[in-house]
Unconditional design. Structure first.
Length: 196
């Protein structure tokens, strides 16, 4: 497999939005997210990123197919509700660069692409300048969740190796519909931070 990484900034992502929406729905359907995705929501979500001139998209492309993507955006360009946990804990959102997601089709994992996604986003935040931290958030699922696969491996160790630390006081909730459910429910989310 020959995968190339392409960098897109802000509105440059427009031609890829539908592909990315499908990719997010497919990858996040698996545990631990179990996200029963909605195409209209996904397109709206990605449009928020495309409207920020400082947002970043790192695309993993095989041939002409997008097989993975990682996003980032200055937290200052996010919604007020999103910034609230940081403001409440005394952080300045202007100094934080947020990693939105890192999604990769299963057959492309284990080839260093996930590491490259983190490296490219961190380098971009440093190039922009003015940021003290990078961060991302992850869903919290109980270890005895009925849909947890027997061979599931959490990514905590991978994130620790990248220099990120879980910050339990920086937490929030997001709502989405789990696979097999008829209604949205709240999911606890915890942020991980790394000083730049």
């Amino acid at each position: 497999m020959t995968v190339r990484l392409e960098i897109k900034v802000g509105a440059e992502i427009h031609p890829y939005i539908e592909n990315l929406a499908h990719l997010r729905i497919e990858v996040f359907r698996s545990f631990p997210y179990l996200y029963d995705g909605d195409m209209a929501y996904e397109v709206r979500y990605l449009e928020t990123y495309s409207q920020s001139p400082r947002s970043l998209f790192v695309l993993a492309i095989d041939g002409d197919q997008v097989v993975g993507a990682a996003t980032g955006i200055p937290m200052a360009d996010e919604t007020n509700a999103f910034k609230k946990p940081f403001i409440d804990q005394g952080y300045d959102p202007e100094k934080i660069f947020y990693f939105g997601e890192s999604v990769l089709m299963p057959e492309y994992r284990g080839q260093g692409i996930g590491v490259a996604f983190f490296d490219r986003r961190e380098a971009y935040a440093q190039e922009l300048g003015g940021f003290s931290h990078c961060c991302f958030c992850a869903v919290e699922r109980p270890s005895d969740h009925p849909m947890r696969p027997a061979d599931y491996q959490p990514l905590d160790e991978f994130w620790h190796k990248r220099g990120y630390r879980k910050e339990p006081e920086l937490s929030t909730e997001y709502h989405w519909k789990d696979v097999g459910n008829s209604e949205e429910t709240a999911k606890p989310m915890t942020f991980w931070l790394k000083p730049l």
